[in-house]
Design a protein around this ligand. Structure first.
Ligand SMILES: [Zn+2]
Length: 289
């Protein structure tokens, strides 16, 4: 006999949201971090509910194998845990008699809030705990959505161009070095632009170097939220506007072009590193050269 599985509308919406976010962030990184997502499939067997819309009906002989998700809690209660390392008092009422103690990381079921206090249900019955010491435990699905959102934010804000205007005077790859006259890997892309042109952060991240590097001259390096490192070389002495540890935003001006270090003329030498190795900046989605 075929069984009929109905997707409840709110579950369908949350599943669609996750699917949408997944589609936005198609990447090996996400596929690693999202292992086990499909186990969260929110499917309920409520074929006898006449109010459900027939359009949402899935009739499938394989459906019997789908494990129904945990029944959603509709009474407003939620699961949290104790955040205080030293534990927290459980009281009979807000600021009332201490009836027991909860330890760090103990799981609690919060049934309602009363001002700054939570009424919680434990094995020993009901008690009150100050809300300051209780945090909500995210479900696996919520954690997944959070990770995807963070990844999408980090990657979608990365890209553009490290300088405005000018032209590419030397691409990434092997070439005869202009000064050393030997065949060498050019680890980045050169942008020939006027001296003093601002150099712009390629995405949000944190400055990990701001100062002199032999050969590169005055240099800024940024570790981005998406894991890539960008390097901006041959900058103008005294033009660096950022310090190590400082956070930068996408397209933030960090210094100015010059020809400090081993450079034959005003240009920006721009590198992108992935897992510690230089990669061709032109190969990165969102980078417009
Ligand atoms: Zn270069």
């Amino acid at each position: 006999m075929k069984s009929i599985i109905l997707l409840k509308q709110n579950h369908l919406i949350s599943m669609l949201t996750v699917c949408f976010l997944l589609c936005l962030a198609v990447s090996p990184v996400t596929s690693q971090t999202l292992g086990g997502l499909d186990t969260e499939a929110a499917v309920s067997s409520e074929a006898d509910n006449p109010e459900d819309d027939n359009e949402n009906t899935v009739s499938d002989s394989k459906a019997e194998k789908i494990v129904p998700a945990e029944k959603p809690v509709n009474d407003g209660s939620w699961t949290g845990y104790v955040t205080s390392r030293s534990g927290v008092n459980a009281r009979k009422s807000p600021w009332g008699t201490v009836t027991g103690r909860l330890e760090y990381n103990d799981e609690v079921m919060v049934s309602r809030s009363s001002g700054e206090w939570y009424e919680i249900v434990s094995d020993n019955g009901k008690c009150f705990v100050h809300s300051k010491y209780i945090a909500r435990r995210m479900t696996q699905q919520e954690e997944t959505v959070d990770k995807v959102k963070a990844f999408v934010a980090a990657t979608s804000n990365f890209g553009g161009r490290p300088v405005k205007g000018g032209r590419i005077s030397s691409p990434f790859g092997y070439r005869i070095h202009p000064i050393q006259k030997i065949k060498k890997l050019h680890k980045g892309i050169d942008f020939a632009v006027a001296g003093g042109t601002p150099i712009l952060a390629m995405g949000p991240g944190k400055v990990i170097h701001a100062g002199w590097v032999n050969g590169y001259g005055y240099t800024v390096k940024v570790l981005h939220d998406n894991g890539l490192v960008t390097l901006y070389g041959h900058l103008k002495k005294g033009s660096l506007k950022v310090k190590v540890g400082q956070k930068v935003q996408s397209q933030q001006s960090m210094g100015a072009v010059n020809n400090s270090g081993a450079s034959a003329g005003n240009h920006l030498h721009f590198e992108v590193h992935k897992n510690g190795k230089p990669i061709n900046p032109a190969s990165i989605q969102g980078v417009t050269l």
